[in-house]
Design a protein around this ligand. Sequence first.
Ligand SMILES: [Fe+2]
Length: 127
Amino acid sequence: MRLHEFYFDNLSSLGKGDAPAGRLRDLLAANYGGYDEWKRDFFAVGTMRGVGWAIAYQDSMSGRISNQWITLRQDGNLAGFEPLVVVDVWEHAYMLDYKPADRGKYVEAFFENVAWDVCESRLIAPK
Ligand SMILES: [Fe+2]
């Protein structure tokens, strides 16, 4: 159930729709070219066919950030990778507000409510 804790903890009730700042912004830019490019890739992962999770992980060895898809919370987590941004895209996560075919609207709403300070606090200290 730990991924649900990551998911709920990286949601903000403020709904500011802002972008990450500081070191997280810099790392997303270094790995994806910028926040918008990272967001576009994360959206694509989060709207893939199937049910599961979209997760931006940080590799604890290289420090690199990458967006990944896993189906089950207990399977597929990459060893040594720390979850930074987590969204549950199983239908139960959004079916009260969106139709299954409207998952993209749910992921867009997620972006409007990310607690970026929490995501940044998950970054591994530079070596
Ligand atoms: Fe869930």
